[in-house]
Write a protein that binds this ligand. Structure first.
Ligand code: AMP
Length: 329
């Protein structure tokens, strides 16, 4: 059985992109893999070191993870800071990580540009912390978005370097998770390529029906087609892309035909799209409300998750300490 590790930063609510692009796959993965899903609260300190938002953010991501169907009976669902072994491995890997490779990382350069007032060492060593998260369970596979592929490549380098330096075959070189399905990219409603927190164009899983209706109503559209069977501009294609995910094929076909015959009314399309997004996400909102009313569910899930994660992590740290030459007196 393959070991799969995935983390998400605790920097706010989950949106449709997170759900269809990541969580739905996680839910499938947990059926036939040994899965570790964690909330990366240490990582969030690199950009959001605010004690007033740390806990509420972790709580909302955890609630939403569970509400989407991640199952603590099938996977280890835990908080990164509950597993101190990760920090120990992070320190050890940092001793074999070079300034040159860390400063060259695309995400570091990007963040350093975005927050020039706070180019901290945590930002620089983000990839070693991510490598520690993965290697602490000696993972085979990691589900990663395109933006994280470079970090996974670095994780493989750190694993190889460790093995070479200490002349062992200890760490596996983790690969990107691939189950043969095409990754889904959920676009923004503002005509942009991607729905994302920093783009400010998200429909959140926790949004109520009215908010979803309002957001969809405001989605960018054009003047409408003037020629039969013409290609759709990006902003319209985006609405169809979301529709393909939340609506029935009949609905998509109906509006496709209306587009092709130049009879499309964007008001109708948006009404239908909003209704279908609301219907698709309603069970998640019901679960969120249920978990909010029963906080013991969170406690039970992370207590179990921490136990499973520490069991796996402490075995790794014990073996790594041995390899590196640490001995007890
Ligand atoms: P983020 O919230 O940007 O840290 O994203 C966490 C994960 O959610 C990413 O690694 C992707 O797998 C997934 N994700 C985020 N935004 C989208 C999107 N617009 N479309 C598809 N997947 C997404």
């Amino acid at each position: 059985m393959n070991t799969v590790v995935s983390g998400i930063r605790s920097t706010g609510n989950l949106h449709l992109g997170n759900y269809y692009g990541a969580l739905k796959n996680f839910i499938r993965m947990q059926e036939n893999n040994r899965c570790f899903f964690f909330i990366a609260d240490y990582h969030s300190l690199t950009t959001h070191p605010d004690p007033t938002i740390l806990y509420p953010n972790v709580k909302s991501v955890l609630t939403e993870y569970l509400a989407c169907g991640l199952d603590p009976e099938k996977s280890a669902i835990y908080i990164q800071s509950d597993v101190p072994e990760v920090v120990e491995l992070y320190l050890m890997l940092n001793m074999h990580a070079y300034l040159g490779e860390l400063t060259k990382t695309v995400s570091f350069k990007d963040k350093a540009r975005k927050q020039p007032e706070n180019v901290n060492a945590g930002l620089l060593t983000y990839p070693t912390l991510m490598a520690a998260d993965i290697l602490i369970h000696n993972a085979d596979q990691v589900p990663v978005g395109k933006d994280q592929l470079q970090h996974l490549e670095m994780t493989r380098n750190f694993a190889k370097r460790f093995n070479n330096f200490y002349k062992v075959e200890y760490f596996k070189e983790p690969m990107a998770y691939n189950d043969g399905t095409e990754p889904i990219k959920i676009p923004g409603l503002d005509g942009s390529g991607k729905m994302g927190k920093s783009e400010g164009n998200c429909i959140y899983l926790a949004d109520d029906a009215k908010t979803i209706e309002k957001k969809v109503k405001k989605a960018l559209t054009d003047q409408g087609p003037t020629e039969m069977n013409s290609p759709k501009p990006d902003c319209i294609e985006n609405l169809f892309t979301i529709m393909k995910v939340v609506s029935t094929p009949d609905t998509v076909q109906y509006f496709d035909e209306k587009w092709n015959t130049c009879e499309i009314r964007y008001g109708d399309l948006k009404k239908q799209l909003a209704a279908d997004i609301i219907a698709a996400t309603e069970p998640i909102r019901e679960q969120i409300a249920y978990i909010d009313a029963h906080p013991e569910i969170l406690h039970k899930a992370v207590t179990r998750g921490k136990e499973l994660a520490r069991e796996s992590a402490s075995k790794t740290i014990k073996e790594v300490r041995e390899i590196m030459g640490f001995r007890n007196f």
